[in-house]
Write a protein of this length. Structure first.
Ligand SMILES: Nc1ncnc2c1ncn2[C@@H]1O[C@H](COP(=O)(O)OP(=O)(O)OP(=O)(O)O)[C@@H](O)[C@H]1O
Ligand SMILES: [Mg+2]
Length: 336
């Protein structure tokens, strides 16, 4: 039941403007747009919708999300490099392999400063003549090396790119002070655009309900749903999913949803999420979990992200603890 995006017209237009400026002129440094907002408020959807509409089409899109809460150095770049052919890049193969977090790469032999320079050159190499869009998702969950790289890219000379950064507020970050500093650095770049997404209005919630149920529900119902979800699109989609196949009136009888999509009292996990959670409890990295389950690292990342959201955890360790507290171990010995 995919719902198409409501509202955000102003934000979309601003992103469009930023992109056409990059695409038309040959700016000497990237244009920077920073999108902040609470968990589930619609940052990623906005970025995806904007990207889809960009004209002319970007020659290159480099997009990476933090491998949530398994922070390895240069995670953003590793996500960008995953599955990408880097044969054409004139860079040391061992440094590239290390930055791409390829398994069995020998421990780094480069000084941090040298690695940062290589990382910037990797991005330059991939952007080429551009124009490119660089998407940094979940800045709040990124490792310090990635934050540094993103900051560096934001002011890199002769990089024909639009840099779009999405982040939850620093208060929600694993390392709030690092996030504060990274956001400040990005927003301080000349011409940087800052967008803060708030919850949906009641009218926008009504629009979503109209999409789903085919006709505009009564004002009273819209208001009830708006209040229960706090206008948070994620909470709204969860509420709708929980009552899919039932009439709109079922929303009335639903238990109140938490405005912030954290710590729902009862958490429904898919079979796959349960498997991934077991991997987290076992202390596996995303890469190890991917291998164990025979799925891609990217897919594991998505599951972990959903698990954190559903369990209201802010780290994979917290999610593992949640699992231990709330679920019976799979192979528990019979109680005597
Ligand atoms: N404006 C909108 N209209 C309709 N649905 C929306 C809107 N914004 C977000 N959604 C839906 O709400 C859910 C959460 O959105 P999204 O993942 O973009 O949030 P986010 O801000 O990126 O969250 P996070 O902080 O967890 O990364 C998605 O299912 C998305 O499709
Ligand atoms: Mg997101």
């Amino acid at each position: 039941m995919p719902v198409s995006m409501v509202g955000r017209a102003g934000e979309l237009a601003e992103l469009d403007r930023a992109w056409s400026a990059v695409a038309r002129s040959h700016r000497s440094a990237p244009a920077v747009t920073v999108i902040t907002g609470a968990a589930g408020v619609g940052k990623s959807l906005l970025v995806a919708a904007a990207l889809e509409g960009f004209a002319p089409r970007p020659a290159v899109v480099l997009s990476g999300a933090a491998r949530v809460h398994d922070p390895a150095p240069y995670d953003w770049l590793a996500a960008v490099l995953s599955g990408r052919d880097t044969g054409g890049l004139d860079l040391p193969a061992d440094a590239l392999a290390w930055l791409a977090q390829q398994p069995d790469t020998p421990r780094e032999r480069y000084a941090p400063g040298a690695l940062l320079r290589v990382a910037v050159r990797v991005v330059r190499g991939l952007v080429g003549a551009g124009p490119a869009v660089l998407v940094v998702e979940d800045l709040h969950a990124l490792d310090p090396a990635s934050l540094n790289l993103v900051g560096e890219l934001a002011t890199a000379a002769d990089l024909p790119a639009l840099l779009v950064v999405a982040s939850r507020p620093a208060a929600d970050a694993v390392a709030p002070d690092l996030t504060v500093r990274a956001l400040a650095r990005l927003c301080g770049v000349r011409g940087a655009v800052r967008q803060h997404l708030g919850p949906l209005t009641a009218a926008q919630v009504a629009e979503v309900l109209t999409q789903v149920y085919g006709s505009r529900p009564a004002h009273r119902l819209v208001n009830a749903v708006w209040q229960r979800t706090g206008g948070n699109p994620y909470a709204l989609t969860e509420l709708l999913a929980a009552h899919s196949g039932q009439g709109v009136a079922a929303l009335f009888h639903s238990r109140p949803a938490v405005p912030r999509p954290a710590a729902p009292p009862d958490v429904e996990l898919t079979a796959r999420e349960v498997e991934v959670l077991d991997c987290l409890v076992a202390g596996m990295s995303n890469k190890q979990a991917a291998r164990a389950l025979g799925i891609s690292v990217r897919t594991v990342t998505v599951h972990v992200s959903n698990l954190l959201r559903k369990t209201g955890s802010s780290s994979r360790t917290e999610a593992a603890l949640w699992a231990v507290r709330h679920r019976r171990p799979v192979s528990a010995p019979p109680a005597g």
